[in-house]
Design a protein around this ligand. Sequence first.
Ligand SMILES: [Mn+2]
Length: 307
Amino acid sequence: MTDSNLFQPAWNFLGLPDELTAPARARAWILPIPYEGTTSYGAGTRDGPAAIIAASRQVELFDREFDCEPAMKIGIHTMDPLALEHRSPEAMGAAIEEAVAGILTGAPAPEQLVVLGGEHSISGGVARGMARAGLKDFVTVHVDAHADLRQEYEGTPYSHACAARRIVEVSPIFQIGIRNLSEGEERFRQGTDRVKTVFAEEALAGRAWLKDLAAFVKGKTVYFTIDLDGLDPSIMPAVGTPEPGGLSWADVLDVARVVCREAAIVPVFDVVELAPIPAMKGPDFLAAKLVHKIIALSLFNRPEREH
Ligand SMILES: [Mn+2]
């Protein structure tokens, strides 16, 4: 038999061996959605999912926080990417809603569905898919530089600039890291009790708001959506609209720890808006490590769901 050491790690998230990637065995499933249809400034998010998976194959599986290789216990299945490249934003949203609902209610189904974007407009479809799958009363935690609360943008309500507004239609939302919003978004935010906001300057000034976040997610079903431009562009320049003054790596890990510890379950999270920069691997690697960490934080210390 051929020496298996001759081959590179498998082409899946983290490069896991086959026995850990079968859908029926894997507690987490990765769904790449390389959609880019409404990007208004820097382009390239269609290449985000492949860059995250490529970088993930170099991520160290051992994690000192868990004193083991959590992915080897959890199992992770990497799905084929959704083929949505040529759809309108509206048709894209409907297709994602149907796909996510189908995955979450299928047999087998993952305990956690991890969506890799693609631009942030995909998240409205993800949230509606969760609702359609029967996940009742879930709440959303949203890391972003932008409020994304516009009713519509450049002629479509399904733009990346409207992602959070579409989510608010199905779920209350807690936003962190916001440092850019329009007057209309600010008025909408002030006029509804479904949006809580920790602006970037507050997020960077201390940790008191983590208590508010903990109270928001405590005992709840949580959808966690991370637009990578919520992080500071000094560590995450590979985004379409890099806004100065964002979250650090430690900040976003603190958010993830609170969400994963206090929530009842985190059945879906997404990491979106990576627009890879050729020859700059840091951002791709950051995104891959973040996905790995959130999977481990949310599943490792929880008993496996009964099938
Ligand atoms: Mn953003």
